[in-house]
Design a protein around this ligand. Structure first.
Ligand code: AHR
Length: 307
């Protein structure tokens, strides 16, 4: 590393490279796969030695990985916290060891902001608001009950909490909008399908599905088709992410609107890692730039979509 002055790249190496310990959530979605690829490719490109650890969706695995990074004396630690709470102790350990920590993609609820140097990623509340705004526009001038079912992301995760919050804020003004069912599908396609099956069985008159990511929406589409209904027509579908499979379904009319969440955090993360390692000041918050897609816009964007 740069700031340690002595060994020219810690983590037990003396190859002059920065060592970055990164703890990933898992491989629950297409978004996550694209995110992992972005981090691995940009680390290689930046000449950073990446110690990559997959937590398989479990917080305890992330805590163990972070403790291992501290023992190894990596130069910088970055991680995408699976849930928001329960990080204070391990973050304090990293701070005591003098290792800068960068939060990637998801936030923690720690009150002590000195426990990490920076947080790079999306504003998930804004994403939920964009989903709500679209729905409000879609039903403008109509006075009819709108039954909404919601597929939530991983329980206790920042994107699940915030995408719900932002969406609710926007639909709250119109009493016609009613969230009749809301359950987690853990950001996974298979869970999106099984939960949607139970929604369809218990609730015959579903107008809208709001899924916190594309994968759950895509699983739900299978359940809707199996029930003899037309996704995108009989049931309007809003999702978040805009990965290739989601964009394809959108362009085919099976999804109605997608709010983009960019997984391509790698290049900016590596810049922050280099600066943190050099002991430079880095911004406390780095926001990802994102857009939204209608069916027409998806058709245009698909041919050049990277992921
Ligand atoms: O934290 C980002 C979310 O995690 C993505 O929207 C979802 O697809 C992923 O699993």
């Amino acid at each position: 590393g740069g700031s340690d002055g002595g060994d020219g790249g810690s983590g037990g190496n003396d190859d002059g490279k920065i060592t970055l310990g990164f703890s990933q959530v898992g491989a629950e979605s297409g978004w996550r796969t694209a995110n992992t690829k972005s981090i691995q490719e940009s680390a290689a490109k930046a000449g950073i030695d990446l110690q990559f650890s997959d937590a398989q969706g479990k917080q305890e695995n992330q805590i163990t990985a972070i403790r291992n990074f501290i023992t190894q004396k990596v130069d910088v630690i970055a991680f995408s916290p699976v849930v928001t709470s329960g990080w204070d102790a391990v973050l304090q350990e990293a701070k005591d060891a003098g290792i800068p920590v960068i939060l990637t993609d998801r936030a923690v609820d720690s009150q002590d902001k000195s426990l990490y140097k920076s947080f790079i990623g999306s504003d998930f509340i804004v994403e939920g608001q964009k989903a709500g705004d679209w729905l409000v526009k879609e039903y403008e001038g109509k006075n009819e009950p709108v039954n909404i079912v919601e597929l939530q992301g991983t329980t206790g995760s920042a994107p699940a909490l915030d995408r719900q919050k932002g969406f609710q804020e926007k639909i709250a003004g119109n009493p016609n909008f009613k969230i009749v069912k809301s359950q987690t599908g853990d950001f996974k396609r298979a869970d999106g399908k099984t939960v949607m099956e139970t929604f369809l069985q218990s609730t015959p008159d579903i107008d809208v599905l709001y899924a916190h990511n594309d994968d759950m929406g895509l699983g739900a589409i299978e359940a809707i088709e199996a029930a003899g209904k037309k996704p995108g027509t009989d049931i309007k579908i809003i999702t978040v992410d805009a990965v290739k499979d989601g964009m394809t379904a959108l362009s085919q009319g099976k999804i109605n609107f997608i709010v983009e969440c960019s997984p391509l955090l790698g290049p900016q993360l590596m810049d922050l890692v280099k600066k943190a390692d050099a002991g430079e000041e880095i911004p406390a918050r780095v926001l990802t730039e994102e857009t939204t897609f209608t069916q027409e816009q998806a058709k245009e964007a698909l041919p050049t979509r990277q992921y």
